[in-house]
Design a protein around this ligand. Sequence first.
Ligand code: NI
Length: 154
Amino acid sequence: MATLKTGLRGGPEARPRRRPPATVTIVRRATFAAAHVLRREEWDEARNRAVFGACAGDHGHNYVLEVAVSGVPEPATGMVVNLKDLDRLMRQAVIEEVDHRHLNRDVAWLEGVIPTAENLALAFWHRLDERLPEGTLARVRLVESENNSVEVTR
Ligand code: NI
């Protein structure tokens, strides 16, 4: 068991040591619905089916996007980030671009990308990271179905 030095009786332990402030991570969630197909056009149907299974045909998902931002709460507001601002950013940079779209053909910045959950989460990460204060984006989690999700971290 660890011995905790309370420093209550004075002595060297009583002097406060400078430590970096604890960082806090706050998570905002948003949802969207989109269609996609996982296939390579240069592969024949059999190879696409062998690699991508049922996802080689058109289908859609109700996705959940979770964005985690880390930092030290601002003393004036008690906030790491204003959730109103983070929500607006997520909507403008990602949700409004992909909601009710076909990810293979409707989204310019996904052109040439196989829209797996991994690739989508990475693309979302880059769009959010370049719009947030440097180093504050901690995690992007994309839930594609009740059985699978992916996480991108720094
Ligand atoms: Ni799918």
